[in-house]
Design a protein around this ligand. Structure first.
Ligand SMILES: [Fe+2]
Length: 268
């Protein structure tokens, strides 16, 4: 039990405590019989083996799980960085939006696993833009109708890229739905209301907040108050429950996330 709860240290501490009691008992109740004494020592040794080996295995398992989680995280950041090489600053935007979405998700009451999954979906939301040609993605001028049709394919492309990765299954659905709108006028499938995965509904609020409060080549960022007013008034694009959860978050908490990525010179 100690091994499962506290790992190797817990197992050793428990074995030590029991051994001390055992030795005390052996001295106070000396049997005067060497065979009996040998049995007691054998029992004590068996207790250590039975306690310490599961403790070590538990610690080992925990550290392997952590290594897998770190490797997954690095792989995802690698995917986002690949996109960032073409369309600069998308990684900082994606990382900020991930944090905003996870924050809204935790205040919305989602469990830890779901919070992590919607974080993955937010981080990878535009990964499908890898499939959009440079001539369209980086075009400084207005896109033609045909070019827009090409650009509108990126949610489905992103879905296809990550849907086969087991731990990204739910995130893939979120990537596919990240341009849907609560009123049903979004794309690619025109989903409406609760048909849109919860993660995507929370993401839409986070993404819009980040877009409004970040520096863009064509306009200056707006304040929290202005962004909150714009989001609060929009009952077409957003889930009202997601908006209410977002508006209940203290502006300072959102500001702390934004500041973490200010002038960030993160390695690609
Ligand atoms: Fe997108």
């Amino acid at each position: 039990m100690a091994a499962a709860w506290f790992g190797l240290r817990g197992a050793c501490a428990t074995a030590l405590a029991v051994s001390t009691l055992f030795i005390l008992h052996a001295f106070l109740d000396w049997p005067g019989n060497y065979m009996e004494q040998a049995n007691q020592v054998g029992e004590l040794a068996g207790f250590w083996v039975a306690g310490v080996i599961p403790g070590w295995l538990f610690d080992r398992q925990q550290s392997l799980l952590q290594e897998i989680a770190n490797a997954n995280e690095e792989t995802l950041l690698g995917l986002v960085s690949a996109l960032d090489l073409r369309e600069h600053n998308t990684r900082l935007h994606s990382q900020r939006v991930r944090e905003y979405t996870e924050l809204i998700g935790s205040r919305f009451g989602v469990d830890e696993k779901t919070r992590r999954e919607i974080g993955f979906g937010a981080l990878l939301h535009d990964v499908g833009k890898i499939a959009v040609p440079d001539s369209i993605l980086l075009k400084p001028d207005k896109l033609t109708d045909a070019e827009w049709q090409e650009m509108l394919k990126h949610p489905e492309a992103g879905y296809r890229i990550i849907k086969r990765i087991g731990f990204l299954k739910n995130a893939a659905e979120m990537v596919r739905a990240h341009h849907e709108r609560y009123d049903g006028n979004g794309y690619p499938r025109g989903l409406k209301g609760d048909q849109i995965p919860l993660g995507a509904r929370l993401f839409m609020v986070a993404d819009t907040y980040d877009a409004l409060t970040s520096e863009r080549p064509y306009r200056s960022p707006v304040t929290y108050e202005v962004a909150a007013e714009i989001i609060g008034k929009d009952d077409c694009q957003f889930d009202p429950a997601a908006v209410a959860t977002f508006l209940a978050i203290a502006p300072e908490e959102l500001q702390m996330i934004a500041e973490r990525y200010l002038d960030a010179d993160l390695p690609n």
